[in-house]
Design a binder for this molecule. Structure first.
Ligand code: ADE
Ligand code: ZN
Length: 340
């Protein structure tokens, strides 16, 4: 009953790196397509290497994996495969991140990855009814000047991009490093989000809010180390896009049962459940909901609240949010779950 509820509820996925949806099978298929020699002999050997000790150990493999993405069709195939999985999970709206610098550094231009990703999103919207908003992420281990150059290079695609974000190695790369490029993005009418408080300290969450003026915090789970910050996040209903399976794989929490998602939800924060890099972390968004339901004993009412939060925290317009929230109430009622 409850598992059916998770799939049946309309959900938004708000923390999803499109390059993190590249499944090992597709890595091998694209490598063969382009004659790229991989460091692993088989799909199984590659998957076996997904045994991470922290964020950086994952990022090293993630950037290596992305090297098989060479042409427009590759980006299309990757994005399209994700959308098929998302649709099967009951995702109705997605706000994927993409990392231009991972590709431009290899000589792959914006026209290649933007065309492939946008063509797949358009086809996915037609076929599955999944709406979308795209988020351009800056790699924070690179310089602020490189981030600014990336934003300028993206301007021909401005109309297809809703927000900018900040990802990659968090420690030692505080949000304050990127004030100028986030100011420029805001002047262009772009919204913003940032990874903060995944491995980095709660002070990075405060910087992201006060210096970058982000609308959501990606991860944010280390907010609990600062009581005043937790109070603020609850009071201002600043969404956290939490990624439970990612947090366990990257050892932010040692076990799923240690995760603070339920505590944050019960504290009144607008927490959402997302998959981050599902091909690397062992599950898509439905798997993340189920892992938390089982490990933390989430009630059906809490599952419904998480779906509601995902819609509330999205960049959809008010009318679309109202429609999805009404649909969530219908689904909850049909499953015998009382909603407030
Ligand atoms: N890039 C892809 N996944 C990421 C994560 N979880 N944190 C930071 N950068 C990322
Ligand atoms: Zn992430």
């Amino acid at each position: 009953m409850s598992t059916d509820l998770i799939t049946a509820l309309p959900k938004a996925e708000l923390h999803l790196h499109i390059e993190g949806t590249l499944e090992p099978e597709m890595v091998f298929r694209l490598a063969a397509r382009h004659g790229v020699k991989l460091a692993y002999d088989s799909v199984e050997a590659l998957r076996a290497a997904y045994d991470f000790t922290d964020l950086q150990s994952f990022l090293d493999l993630y950037y290596a994996g992305a090297d098989v993405l060479r042409d427009e069709q590759d980006f299309y195939d990757m994005t399209r495969a994700y959308l098929a999985r998302a649709a099967a999970d009951g995702v109705v709206h997605v706000e994927p991140f993409f990392d231009p610098q991972t590709h431009t550094a290899r000589g792959i231009g914006f026209e290649v990855f933007m065309s492939g990703i946008l063509r797949a999103l358009a086809d996915g919207e037609r076929e599955y009814g999944i709406s979308w908003r795209l988020i351009l992420c800056f790699l924070r281990h690179l310089s602020a000047d490189e981030a600014m150059a990336t934003l300028e290079a993206a301007l021909p695609w401005r109309a297809s991009i809703t927000a900018v974000g900040l990802d990659s190695s968090e420690r030692g790369h505080p949000p304050s490093k990127f004030v100028a490029v986030f100011d420029r993005a805001r002047a262009l009418g772009l919204l913003s989000v940032a990874h903060a408080g995944e491995e980095g300290p709660p002070a990075y969450i405060v910087e992201a809010l006060d210096l970058l003026h982000v609308r959501r915090i990606d991860h944010g789970v280390r907010c609990v180390e600062d009581a005043a910050l937790v109070e603020r996040l609850a009071r201002e209903r600043i969404p956290l896009t939490v990624c439970p399976l990612s947090n366990v794989k990257l050892r932010v929490f040692q076990r799923a049962a240690d995760h603070n998602l339920k505590a944050l939800l019960e504290r009144g924060l607008c927490v959402t459940v997302n998959s981050d890099d599902p091909a690397y972390f062992g599950g898509y968004v439905g798997d993340n909901y189920r892992a938390m339901q089982q490990a933390l004993g989430l009630s059906d009412a809490q599952i419904v609240q998480l779906a509601r939060n995902s819609i509330e925290a999205s960049f959809l317009d008010a009318a679309a949010k109202q429609r999805w929230l009404a649909r969530i109430t219908e689904v909850a009622t049909a499953h015998g779950v009382a909603t407030p």
